[in-house]
Design a protein around this ligand. Structure first.
Ligand code: C2E
Ligand code: CA
Ligand code: CA
Ligand code: CA
Length: 275
């Protein structure tokens, strides 16, 4: 970015641009955003490597604002949470994802990210349940993903909210597992069905046997507690092979597939495995 002066305009690398668009600017654009046209969903497969099939697609939100351009979910979700707009975003995106599922094979599930703010609101929980009912999609085909950081602000409330959702028949995944603190002290107290091991554990497994041992330990933990276990952020063949030899069955990451728009995932067929 240093050599980037042109006339009086100064160019910024994308990471600087994101900082320039302060939360206030993002919030203003979000308040006037048309959720139906400015937001879209892309889908990334969670692959069962034992059976070489797609177990689920995770829906990931994308936003391009006509006024401030493309904003990453890492930025706009935080702003949406702080401003209370997340509930509207969640409802609109959940409706869309469930509609998109209409053309998927019945054995393929949807993994959908919820914010802790969503489930903290009993009105929003009720809406979520109503949206699921109205979609006609079997609740057993839906997994809601929640991050531990959000959930753990209040363990008891979080647990009760999850219990209410789970009664609908959906699966519940604890996302980014291992990035919060004291995960082990409460993980067995939550009504979850799945853990997603954060990609930071995967990054170094080829160089660092300790990281692989941590993943092995979490896989063991999941087996003992009866949880499914997904490893996120698998980017290389070497990582995939090591993880497979460590007993990891469900994987997600750029190696298997990047997140793609609905129409592009539908066109995919055949093996998911690069080796
Ligand atoms: P997440 O739920 O942990 O989603 C995984 C993120 O990792 C996604 O980023 C995905 O594109 C990225 N990813 C997948 N495979 C790889 C890989 O192999 N390597 C690397 N480096 N990254 C990989 P994305 O789409 O930018 O989303 C970021 C976060 O924003 C998500 O993290 C999630 O916490 C949040 N988010 C996205 N969509 C929604 C949504 O609809 N609702 C809510 N509440 N949160 C969302
Ligand atoms: Ca997720
Ligand atoms: Ca994650
Ligand atoms: Ca994350």
């Amino acid at each position: 970015a240093k050599d980037c002066h042109r006339g009086t305009a100064i160019c910024f690398a994308p990471e600087h641009e994101a900082q320039l668009r302060s939360h206030a600017v993002i919030e203003q654009a979000l308040r006037s955003a048309d959720l139906e046209t400015e937001f879209s969903l892309v889908y990334q497969p969670i692959v069962d490597v034992a059976e070489d099939r797609v177990d689920a697609y995770e829906a990931l939100a994308r936003w391009t604002s006509p006024t401030i351009g493309t904003v990453s979910p890492g930025d706009f979700i935080v702003v949406a949470e702080r401003s209370g707009l997340i509930l509207d975003v969640t409802r609109a995106l959940l409706r869309r994802a469930l509609a998109d599922m209409a053309t998927w094979p019945a054995e393929v599930r949807l993994s959908f990210n919820l914010s802790a703010h969503d489930i903290a609101s009993s009105a929003c929980r009720a809406d979520i349940m109503e949206i699921v009912r109205q979609s006609g999609i079997a609740p057993g085909r839906i997994i809601f993903e929640l991050t531990e950081t959000g959930l753990m602000r209040d363990l008891v409330d979080g647990r009760d909210a999850l219990t209410e959702l789970k009664a609908l028949g959906v699966g519940l995944a604890l996302d980014d597992f291992g990035t919060g603190y004291s995960s082990l002290s409460y993980v067995h107290k939550l009504p979850i069905t799945k853990l997603k091991i954060d990609r930071s554990f995967v990054t170094n497994i080829c160089e660092d046997t300790a990281s692989l041992n941590v993943i092995r330990a979490i896989i063991d933990l999941c087996r003992n507690l009866g949880f499914d276990c997904v490893v996120e952020g698998v980017e290389t063949v070497e990582q995939m092979l090591l993880l497979r030899s460590a007993g990891c069955r469900f994987m997600q990451g750029y190696l298997l597939q990047k997140p793609l728009p609905r129409d592009e995932i539908e066109a995919l067929g055949g093996s998911r495995l690069p080796v």
